[in-house]
Design a protein around this ligand. Sequence first.
Ligand code: PMT
Length: 409
Amino acid sequence: MVDDPGAVLAGRRVVLGVTGGIAAYKAVELCRRLVDLGAHVVPVLTEGALRFVGESTFSALASEPARTSLFDDVDPIPHTRLGRAADVVVVAPATAALLGRYAAGISDDLLTATLLATRAPVVVAPAMHTEMWEHPAVQGNVATLRARGVEVVDPEAGRLAGGDVGEGRLADPARIVDGVVGVLARGHDLAGVRVLVTAGGTREAIDAVRFIANRSSGKMGHAVAGAAARRGAAVTLVTTVSRPVAAGVERVEVETAEEMAQAVLARAGAADVVVMAAAVADFRPKAPSPGKLKKRDGVPEVVLEPTPDILATLGERKPAGQVLVGFAAETDDLHRNAAAKLDAKNVDIMVANDVSGPDAGFEVDTNRAILLYSHDRGLPAEETPLVSKGDLADLLLDRIVAQREKEPR
Ligand code: PMT
């Protein structure tokens, strides 16, 4: 949390998008808070928003008159002008329709056109009924946006329109302000930094159709890559999964531990930061069959051999000043096991990831970890609460930035 939000927001140009949900009335309060904290707020209201709130309300409170259309201005390209000039674009409330159009790249009004035209960070605060919020299509769109580096201020549980109660209520304006301030405060603190990230689980062939794999979805690694890109880093992501990546991220697709080792080791020397979030298989079949093994030939005996330990090799070859981060997926004795890996692999930060619960680790959108620092840093271990993988990525990057400031390359 930033101590002085006013110092961060003063003079910053905030495009405040408001879409058509009952929570649009709370965007009035958000607008007022941002202006009070010194931001220059430009409201952009969709047609739907205008059914819930008045244009003149925002025009009276904001720093400029509210905009409502791509065509109501003498400026023929208001969206690119708004998008280019913005320090941050905030959409609150963001309806399911807005999230879907933004995720799909559809620009059919001033707000969606501005969202596609901007290179500024974007914060969305969704609000809708619980059933809609939980729908896989909406969750998929939110995951796509997060992976592209969009900051999502999750809705809260509470009273919804029509007297229903559940998750989907717009986050409190104070939380949305915190989200905006956090994004602006981090700004481009990784500008010029080369970050190499791995994501996903490797697949090790048994035969032409079968493989040994693990449950990694790649969400954690893609979140780190997206957050680093949003903060200005030049990011290369070596991944085994086809999830979306943030604009500007160089993507290298691999499948096996061997392929990942080659891709990573070829690039690591030039990286300032390496984050190994991938779940690399420790063993692979020694002699995979080139064809499909036949059931009629009986149960095959699969002999395993170790894969290359990429992180350990990175630890041995680490150039001075490089920050090397590992993840340790553990089901028991989290702290001790992760600390042993930190020492054995010569990493600077080990993210000890408890993967035994239902809400952290593999596949889910949230995570919880203990950050362990190498002994020569003298920093105490740091336990995180349960947070989104995007938030954990930002926390980790905050610690990496702090380490780089102390020990520049
Ligand atoms: O992808 P998600 O579904 O979002 O799930 C995220 C995650 C649980 C996969 C991720 O947060 C995580 O914990 N990744 C590390 C998983 C893992 O392989 O842990 P490990 O304890 O087995 O390995 C320790 C470290 O060594 C890891 O950084 C790993 O990338 C690395 N390693 C492991 C084996 C190997 N042969 N080479 C390696 O480089």
